[in-house]
Design a protein around this ligand. Structure first.
Ligand code: ADP
Ligand code: MG
Length: 391
């Protein structure tokens, strides 16, 4: 399925390798780690390389600092290196500057960390000079940051042209294979697409509409579809600029006799607040002052009936304001049913993962942490990070 080499197919024994991970973790207001999921997800490749006695230069970006600025509390990867040392059972993971790494004087350490790549001038625009500096004295470039595979940056793309060898890391390979299964799946397929905006997901919606037999909608996206179908949605979140695109998606689905599963009932409120009074209403009963905040439980339940005879379910985007107790039932029901379904199931998206964690959902076959890269991949785009490994 993959046309690139993965790390297991690559000779890294005793080699000096550059692992580009995505450890771009969220920080608290006092610059502590708010969530270490991305660090933990990167461990498999690091452990694997340590087992093969590779000398590792580990690189990641953190936040969006100005290129050329000096590292400080909020932009230095030191906090990541400290946590990593703990997780790996090492006394220390040293953080080195690019110049220090290039000297090759660090080889008494098994692993060192390069300071935040986004502090380097030329990182974002993939400057060849910077890519060459990253590659200096490196035998193998290991791309493990699938979440950045939609970008062409010096540490994710350019570097690959200057190292002797290159390969995908374990997490990269996992993400690629799970998402490829979605693209190439055969049989009875269903997509659940929710979240706030059609515009951020239009390309995915169009591509998946061509592939799936059933499309289940939620969130602001559902509202936009309802409006396109001529329904009154009151004061609900909607994107009127997307109506023509939505109509095209409806046409794509109709033309191949695929079904858009719209809820019959939704949860409405008069005031956007986690404590506001809600009413369950039929779509046809929505008044001008109503705001749709979730799909109703009974409709969510009815939609999940379809989940029983599927080969594939792909889910991105909560179907309601799942952060609020008064609008979380729809997302919870859908997520639980996806997890219980016998179909191969893949979910992803920042807020979808937050919902999976909030409702303690277990049993979804693959939860992608690749965010924007996942959306571009599911939209059918060739990702630069994949392309450069295939060259
Ligand atoms: P993801 O990060 O999983 O891709 P999105 O970012 O597209 O998902 O959308 C998630 C957001 O959409 C959540 O913050 C959720 O509260 C919001 N949302 C869901 N349904 C509605 C709705 N009916 N009205 C307003 N916002 C909604
Ligand atoms: Mg989001």
């Amino acid at each position: 399925m993959n046309n690139y080499k993965n790390i297991q197919q690559t000779d890294i024994t005793n080699k000096t390798i550059f692992i580009r991970s995505d450890m771009n973790i969220p920080l608290t207001t006092d610059n502590q780690i708010a969530d270490d999921t991305r660090i933990k997800a990167s461990l498999a490749t690091i452990q694997y390389a340590l087992n093969y006695n590779a000398k590792i230069v580990l690189a990641t970006h953190l936040g969006r600092p100005t290129e050329g600025s000096t590292p400080d509390q909020s932009t230095s990867v030191r906090i990541i290196a400290q946590h990593l040392a703990k997780l790996l059972g090492l006394a220390e993971v040293r953080v080195l500057s690019l110049d220090e790494v290039a000297t090759n004087q660090w080889h008494h350490n098994k692993i060192v960390m390069l300071e935040n790549v986004r502090l380097n001038s030329g990182e974002k625009k993939n400057a060849p000079d910077l890519a060459k500096r990253y590659a200096q004295n490196i035998d193998v470039f290991v791309h493990d940051a699938f979440a950045t595979a939609h970008r062409k940056e010096a540490s994710t793309y350019g570097i690959a042209s200057y190292t002797k060898d290159k390969c995908a890391g374990i997490l990269f390979d996992q993400e690629y294979k799970a998402l490829s299964k979605v693209i190439h799946a055969t049989g009875n397929k269903l997509a659940v697409i929710g979240g706030s905006k059609v515009s951020t997901k239009l390309a995915v919606l169009k591509n998946l509409a061509q592939k799936v037999n059933h499309l289940c909608l939620g969130g602001g996206i559902l509202n936009t579809f309802l409006m396109a179908k001529g329904m009154n949605i009151g004061k609900s979140l909607v994107e009127t600029t997307m109506l023509e695109d939505v109509k095209e998606i409806i046409r794509i689905m109709d033309s191949k006799n695929s079904k858009i599963l719209l809820p019959e009932y939704v949860v409405t409120t008069k005031e956007l607040s986690p404590n506001s009074v809600t009413e369950t209403k039929a779509i046809s009963e929505i008044l001008d002052e109503d705001i749709i905040i979730d799909i109703a439980s009974q409709s969510a339940q009815k939609i999940t009936e379809y989940f029983k005879s599927l080969d594939l379910i792909v889910w991105n985007g909560p179907v309601g304001i799942f952060e609020w107790d008064n609008a979380s039932a729809g997302t919870k029901i859908i997520a639980e049913a996806i997890a219980q379904s016998k179909a191969y199931s893949v979910a992803g998206g920042g807020d979808s993962i937050a919902a999976i964690n909030k409702f303690k959902i277990e049993g979804i076959d693959y939860v992608s942490t690749a965010g924007g890269a996942m959306l571009e991949f599911l939209a059918g785009d060739q990702l630069p990070g994949v392309e450069i490994l295939e060259k």
